[in-house]
Design a protein around this ligand. Structure first.
Ligand code: PLP
Length: 369
């Protein structure tokens, strides 16, 4: 199988696998008082530092706290649910794990994006100015999972803070593929997910400024400084920590490698297929993501036909049942339904070779002909 769906998940990095396999047979419950518990706590503390450092924060400064969760989805739900009584402002292209909890709240404002998928900053400014709520949260993702577009986070934070709102960003897709500095951006909260940067499934995290209290939504034994109860998944956490450290130290090479593969793919697509449209070409995007539209071809049929030829790609937004649903991101950007139904996503990873891309291009040619 040639795997070109790295935004869905990406294989574990070797360092993450090694870190996990080194402790696979140990009884690791960080709440235990005995030596094994202490060992588990020290593994977790180390992983916490590795992940915080990846986000441009010196973990020794203790400016941010990190709460481990089971997934990026849980981290997003945790922060959104903390603002249930306040006004919540999100963009129209957020991941379902931000959008759905936000929509459960009475005072959520979904703000439009421009035709390139960038949040309309003027409208954000006006919407916040009209809010008299005591508690206000703006939640805007750094990089979009379907089209890779990067939001001007610093500007968004500045506007949010000007109006007394706190700022959360879902940085799940950006971590490991884009330079992130929470301090520089002055972000209040961020969510990450280990399996998107080579740490394997089972570890997410909510990172919060140390002076901002998070109300738990899962109660029990009081783990994670009582912010999220439940015995921590030490194996996944250690793997995510190792992957984070690797991504931090190799970010430039990673970005260069991914953009080189992605640029090759896009050049070949443009030169070989005159009818193919690349979404947001020329707009600042993740280095590994290409969303493309093949007018009059069905996305689901293209995905299935490529799958039959041993090539895995994504389409619109694949929902949990494995079915293909209509991309609300492209809809929010103003694309016609007919084009949305013809949109597929190719996302390359560190394992992707030029041969893989050539194989995709050959299969793609036969599928659309
Ligand atoms: N946020 C974004 C932007 C994502 O792409 C995803 C997963 O696709 C998530 C959140 C959810 O992360 P997880 O799979 O860890 O629940």
């Amino acid at each position: 199988m040639i795997f070109l769906d790295h935004n869905a998940t990406t294989p574990m990095l070797e360092v993450a696998r090694d870190a996990m396999s080194d402790i696979l047979d140990k009884p690791l419950n960080p709440s235990s008082v005995h030596g094994c518990g202490r060992m588990a706590r020290s593994y977790m503390d180390n992983a916490r530092k590795q992940i915080i450092n990846m986000l441009g924060v010196d973990s020794r400064d203790k400016q941010y706290n990190l709460t481990f969760t089971a997934s990026g989805t849980e981290a997003n739900n945790l922060i959104l649910n903390n603002y249930a009584g306040g006004d919540v402002f999100i963009s129209s292209t957020e991941h379902a794990s931000v959008e759905m909890p936000a929509k459960m709240m009475p005072n959520t404002y979904i703000l439009p994006v421009t035709e390139s998928g960038i949040l309309d900053l003027e409208l954000l400014d006006r919407a916040l100015a009209g809010s008299s709520a005591r508690k206000k949260l703006v939640s805007v993702m750094l990089a979009n999972n379907e089209i890779g577009t990067i939001q001007p986070l610093k500007d968004i934070v500045r506007i949010a803070h000007k109006h007394g709102a706190q700022m959360h960003s879902d940085i799940v897709q950006a971590a490991g593929k884009w330079s992130i500095n929470l301090v520089d951006c002055d972000l209040d909260f961020a969510s990450i997910s280990g399996h998107k940067f080579g740490g394997g499934v089972g570890c997410g995290a909510l990172i919060a400024k140390a002076n901002l209290h998070i109300q738990p939504t899962i109660l029990g034994g009081g783990q994670e400084r009582s912010t999220r109860s439940g015995t921590e998944n030490v194996l996944a956490i250690v793997a995510a920590g190792a992957a984070a450290e690797h991504c931090q130290h190799n970010l430039d090479q990673r970005v260069e490698y991914l953009s080189c593969q992605r640029d090759y793919l896009e050049q070949e697509l443009k030169s070989k297929f005159s009818n193919v449209q690349i979404v947001n070409e020329g707009v600042e995007r993740l280095p590994n993501t290409t969303a493309l539209i093949v007018p009059e071809k069905s996305a689901s049929l293209m995905v299935v036909a490529l799958d039959l030829q041993g090539i895995a790609i994504g389409s619109g937004s694949a929902c949990s049942s494995g079915k293909v649903s209509k991309s609300k991101v492209l809809a929010a950007m103003g694309y016609d339904d007919s084009l949305i139904e013809s949109a597929i996503r190719v996302s390359v990873g560190m394992q992707t070779t030029r041969n893989d891309i050539d194989a995709f291009l050959d299969a793609f040619a036969s599928v659309i002909s």
